[in-house]
Each structure stands twice: as structure tokens, then as C-alpha cells.
Design a protein. Structure first.
Length: 212
């Protein structure tokens, strides 16, 4: 706890990667590489971050939908829970970072200095992982949703410039995948296509409100 947040973050990432690669793994070009994908690496790191912070993923999801979701309804609960049911076995990188952002925004404030430092490390980890996923994974709805949640967290904690940059990045990603042009047709109401468009529109309006 006496270490600086930046050093604690570095140690956290080193430990999380240790779980991805076997003990005999070597970075030498001629060595046999351990088969991994960006999805499996991000998934493993996110799980490690949750464990290091003492959080249970199911509890995070429940707290998010009981609290944050009531004023920021951008994630379709039913579809999210369907994907969460398979999270331990398979998960895309963008869904993993969405879970991490949910874990961040559902933390409770505390007057305890060490607890506040833990929250700062969790924030830095989420911010870093979000940028990492952006670098390797194409823009997607989950990635935009994660960014919107992250931006709301930053704004609520007085990190105005960081929130401004984060939501601006989300807006570009959202425009790139056409969220700003989605239309919910009454004729399709109740269908899978209508549910897709509804979630996209909710995400876009959540983004616009945060930007304003």
C-alpha cells in the first residue's frame, strides 16, 4: 500500500501476464510460443484485476444493473447476462473491458486513504486496458459502452479533461460503426434486429448526454 499507484499498476499487469504464459515460456524467437489471442490475454488480465481487487464478477453485474443502469440504461440486460454466463470459458476483449468499466463505476467512495488508492489503481488499470483494447480490436458496441461508462466515472470524480477526451474517442468510434444513424423501426419491434438497434440508440444517447 506504500507503493505509488503507477508502480502498483505496473506490478498488477506483470502478475496478470504471468497467468497467461506458462512458466517455461520464453521470448526468444526460436522458442515454441504459447498459443494466445488478444481475447484470451485481455480476459485473463481482467479476471486477475477483479481478483486482486477482491471483486466477484456476478456481484459487479448485479450492482451495476441495480444502480448505474437505472440512470444510464445503455446496456441490454438480457443479452449482457447471456454473454456473462459464458464469460469464464470464452469472452471477447471488448466484452471483458466492458465488465471492467462496470466494476470501476460501481465502487463505493471511502474516507479511508488506502481504499481510495486501491480505487485509483483500479481506475488506472481500466483506463490502460481500454486503450490497449482500442489498439488491437476494431470499434464495437461493447467498446463504446465501456468508454461511455469510463467517461461518466471520470466526470463524476472531477477528471473533466480526461472525461472530455474519453467521450470524444467514444464519439468517433460510435460514428465509425454507425451508431449515430440507427433507426428503430416499429415494424421490427420485438425482433432481434429491433433489439440491436434499440441498444445502439440507447448507447448513442448516453454518449450524447455525457458529451453535453
Amino acid at each position: 500500500a506504500k507503493l505509488s499507484p503507477s508502480l502498483r499498476l505496473s506490478l498488477l499487469f506483470v502478475n496478470s501476464l504471468a497467468e497467461v504464459f506458462p512458466p517455461e515460456f520464453s521470448a526468444e524467437p526460436k522458442s515454441q510460443q504459447f498459443p494466445t489471442t488478444i481475447d484470451s490475454i485481455i480476459h485473463s488480465q481482467v479476471c486477475h484485476i477483479f481478483r486482486a481487487d477482491g471483486k466477484y464478477i456476478d456481484a459487479v453485474a448485479a450492482r451495476y444493473f441495480q444502480g448505474v443502469h437505472t440512470w444510464l440504461p445503455i446496456v441490454a440486460r438480457k443479452r449482457f447476462l447471456e454473454r456473462l454466463a459464458h464469460f469464464e470459458h470464452i469472452s471477447s476483449a471488448d466484452f471483458s473491458i466492458l465488465l471492467l468499466a462496470m466494476g470501476l463505476i460501481t465502487q463505493h467512495p471511502s474516507l479511508d486513504t488506502s481504499t481510495n488508492q486501491d480505487r485509483e489503481v483500479f481506475y488506472l488499470a481500466t483506463k490502460t486496458m481500454f486503450a490497449k483494447v482500442q489498439a488491437f480490436v476494431p470499434a464495437s458496441l461493447c467498446l463504446v459502452q465501456a468508454g461511455v461508462i469510463l467517461s461518466f466515472y471520470e466526470y463524476a470524480h472531477g477528471l473533466i479533461e480526461a472525461a472530455y477526451v474519453t467521450i470524444g474517442t467514444c464519439a468517433r468510434m460510435a460514428a465509425a460503426i454507425g451508431l449515430n444513424n440507427k433507426q428503430c423501426s416499429v415494424e421490427l419491434q420485438g425482433s432481434e434486429a429491433w433489439l440491436d438497434d434499440e441498444e445502439a440508440l440507447c448507447t448513442w444517447w448516453g454518449l450524447v448526454i455525457c458529451d453535453r
